[in-house]
Each structure stands twice: as C-alpha cells, then as structure tokens.
Write a protein that binds this ligand. Structure first.
Ligand code: ARG
Length: 464
C-alpha cells in the first residue's frame, strides 16, 4: 500500500503528516467490513431521509443521493466497485464513491450530524439481524429434518448411556429428540437475541447526540428497528449484541459437538449403530479400508474456533473506556467468522443426519439384560417393597447371575429368584423385555412411544 497524504482521507483536515503505510494497513477494516456494503447504503438512505425531514437536504438533493447509492450498490453487486487508497472502511469507501458519482457538494452533506460511530453500530446491527434471521431459518430446517427422521424410526430401540456405559434401553428417536430439544432451545434463544440486536443507534452522532434534532424514531422505523437505543453514549459503544451472537454461536456449536461425538462413537466398528453417508465421509491416503466421519469431526472441532471468537472478543471489550474506541473494530472478524462457521455447520449437520444409515440389528443387539436391573427393582416396588430395598435385591440378582456364569439376570430360575427374595413370582419373567421397559416410561419426556411422539409434535410447534 502506498503512503497516503492526509488530505486524501475523509478525516484529513487537521492532519499534515503522512501515515506509516503499515499503519494504514493495520487500521483498515475494508477488507472484511465490505461485506456490510448493503447495510451501509441502506443506513445512509434512511439517514438522508431523516436529514430531508429536518430540512438539511432538499428533495432534489435527496433524490440525487438515492440515485448515487443505487449505483454504488450495483457496483458492489457486480464486483465493479473500485477500492482506492484511503478507503479505510466500508463507510469511507461508500461516501468517497458517492462524491465521485453525484459530486462532492451534495455528497458532502450526507454525514451531517452523523459519525462513523453511530454509523458502524447501525450497519453491524442491520447485518447481524439479517445473518441471524437466515441462520435461524436454516436451524429450523435442521431440527425439522431430525424430527422427521425420529418419527420414521420410532420403533428402533438402542442402549441409552451415562458415563458412556450402557444404562437403560431407550428409543433411537428419543436420542434424536434430545438433540432436537437442544437445537429448538437454540432457535428460541436466537429469536430472543434478535430482539436485542434490533435496536437503533442511528442519530446518536459521535457520542453526545444529534445537534439538529433528527427524528430518531423515524430513522429506527425506516430501518426496521424496534426502537432507538435510549442513550446516545450507549448507542455508539454497545457491542453486547455482538457478544450475545457469539455466545449463541458458541453454545450452538457446543451442542453440535456433543451430537457429533455421539455419532462418531456410534459409527465405530465396535458400536456399528450408524454409518455416515459417503457424501460426508472421506478415505485414508494410506489405509484403503478406512472410511472416516470427517464431517462429524469437523463439526466437533469447529466448536473450539467459535468459542475462541467469543473469548477473544470479550477480552477485546474488557475495560475499554467509554464510549467508542478503535478496539471495537475487532468485533468484526470474529463475528463474521463465527456466523459463517455456524451457517456451514448447520447445513453440513442437516446433510449428515438426513443421509446417515442406521443398523437396527446392531442397536438392538447391544441391549443387554443387565440394563433391566432397574426394571427388576421396579417390579418389587410395584408389589409394595420400598425402592431402597428393591435396589439392593436387584443387585443381589445381578451378582447371583454373574456367580452362576449365566448370560443374564433373566436366566435365573424362579426358585433362584425366590431364594433371594420370596416376593418374586412367576410374572417376574415379564420384566425381561426391552420394549416393555421402554413402554413403561410414559411420563412426559420419557422413552415410551407415546411420550416421544408427543415430544416431536411439541418441538415442531415451537419452530415457527
Ligand atoms: N471501521 C470502524 C469500526 O469498525 C468504524 C468506526 C470508526 N470510528 C472512529 N471513530 N474511528 O469500528
């Protein structure tokens, strides 16, 4: 980058010396904030309407400005916008270009009462609103894909785990519904964050407020914001909406990482519950037999990078004095990177879950009788024995079966059961049925078919 005399810069008036070219590079945000070009032009369009409303721009000037803005938008869209040395960021680039198109006399009035401080905060909120809305749309489609699969495969049983040890039988759909529940909460959380993103800083000037009494409610409404932010100092300095969006992204990726980890484990030869489709797997350059679930590993791994963005930006914000400081320019790269990572992750996860195949025999074959030890304890509870006692008795049955080297507790004879506790009866054999075990969990949220179907329906109704 060539050295820039200060008079070429929009803020050049009081500067006489040239800046260090490395400083120009270090200071510039155009390489990454130009993706907000549309939000910036939209902000200027409505802002100039506000200026016209208080007679700081004539009707003719306003229509010239709008003509110029349209042309700039076309240039960005067709990749013909020519960046020039001195274009520090998207705001200065667009304003410089406007002057070239409609003349500096009119273009020079556009920034009356406005500062890049309220401008950038406005652009960021417009941009985040748009991206987040799109992400929530993708997220809702992802959850619906999970729900559809869960409904289709409602009859498949599998082991449920705690500590990664087989615990109790559940439905595969119950597992799917668990993640659908997490992701539906992410969806709802995103909607709530959108409400806080959607507040207008415009008309706050550099910090102290607008000197010409611009109608901030009019500006807010024109840009589709809910209301103006109530304090001009807060308006220009608040980046909580960026932090919240990064937190939202991090938590979503955290959920995705757990979802992926389960599926990676389930796809190992040792488990063999699922197989990732070829479209989302890759081979090994050395071992011909390998098929690796790279999609899932990337979904798991990228959670680290998104959380890094949140932690990094929190650190950038910490302790900076009021109000605008250049540190705040550091909001963009982590945010944009996180939004893109989340977007791609949702789309990949949707592809993975809609194309993976399950192996029902392996899932149900992994169920073992010891997983019904709790059901055996529950059997005696139903006969009036306190649970603490039945837990102990069931444990004795497990131990007896082990000592007798039986394949499971269901292999004990009625006599052997009665030796342990005389309250066991003929009907104890009914306990040893995985389907029956799952079907006993009819309470809200449980593994019974009716309960899972209710969950799916309830989640679906929350996605609109
Ligand atoms: N590029 C700057 C940013 O992203 C715009 C605001 C500049 N404001 C200023 N007072 N230098 O934060």
């Amino acid at each position: 980058m060539s050295q820039q005399p200060a008079e070429n810069k929009l803020w050049g008036g009081r500067f006489t010396g040239a800046t260090d070219p490395l400083m120009d590079l270090y200071n510039a945000s155009l390489p990454y904030d130009k993706i907000m070009y549309k939000a910036d032009l939209e902000g200027t369009k409505v802002y100039t309407e506000g200026l016209n409303k208080i007679n700081l721009l004539t009707k003719e000037e306003l229509s010239e400005i709008h003509r110029g803005l349209k042309e700039i938008e076309k240039e960005w869209e067709t990749n013909t916008f020519v960046e020039k040395a001195g274009d520090e960021d998207i705001h200065t680039a667009n304003e410089r270009r406007l002057g070239e198109i409609i003349g500096k006399h009119i273009a020079g009035k556009v920034h009356t009462g406005r500062s890049r401080n309220d401008q950038v905060a406005t652009d960021m909120r417009i941009y985040v609103r748009e991206r987040l809305t799109q992400l929530l749309q993708f997220l809702s489609e992802f959850v619906k894909t999970i729900l559809k699969r869960a409904e289709q495969e409602i009859d498949v049983l599998m082991p449920g785990y705690t500590h990664l040890q087989r615990a109790q039988p559940i439905r595969w759909s119950h597992w799917l519904s668990m993640y659908a529940t997490y992701f539906t909460e992410d969806f709802k959380r995103g909607k709530q964050i959108l409400q806080r993103v959607n507040q207008s800083p415009l008309g706050s000037g550099a910090l102290a407020g607008h000197p010409y009494g611009i109608d901030r409610e009019f500006l807010a409404q024109g840009l589709g914001f809910e209301a103006p932010i109530g304090n001009s100092l807060t308006a220009v300095s608040d980046r909580d909406f960026v932090v919240e969006t990064l937190f939202w992204s991090s938590l979503f990726m955290n959920h995705i990482s757990r979802f992926s980890e389960d599926l990676i484990i389930y796809s190992t030869a040792e488990f063999g519950f699922i197989q990732c489709a070829d479209a989302y797997s890759t081979g090994s350059s050395l071992m011909p037999q390998k098929k690796n679930p790279d999609s899932l590993e990337l979904l798991r791994g990228k959670s680290g990078r998104v959380f890094g963005s949140l932690a990094g930006f929190m650190m950038s914000l910490k302790s900076i004095p009021s109000t605008y400081n250049k540190d705040m320019q550091e909001d963009k790269e982590p945010l944009f990177d996180a939004l893109t990572t989340v977007e791609h992750s949702i789309l990949i996860a949707t592809g993975v879950i809609s194309t993976l195949s399950i192996n029902r025999e392996r899932m149900e074959g992994a169920l073992t009788m010891d997983m019904l030890a709790t059901d055996l304890a529950d059997y005696l509870v139903r006969k009036g024995v306190p649970f603490r006692e039945t837990h102990h008795i069931s444990g004795e049955c497990v131990r007896a079966a082990e000592e007798l080297k039986l394949s499971g507790i269901d292999q004990l004879t009625l006599e052997q059961f009665k030796n342990i506790d005389e309250r066991f009866n003929e009907d104890v054999k009914d306990v040893f049925d995985f389907e029956a075990s799952v079907e006993r969990r009819t309470a809200t949220g449980g593994a019974a078919k009716s309960a899972v179907l209710k969950q799916l329906k309830n989640l679906d109704s929350q996605l609109n």
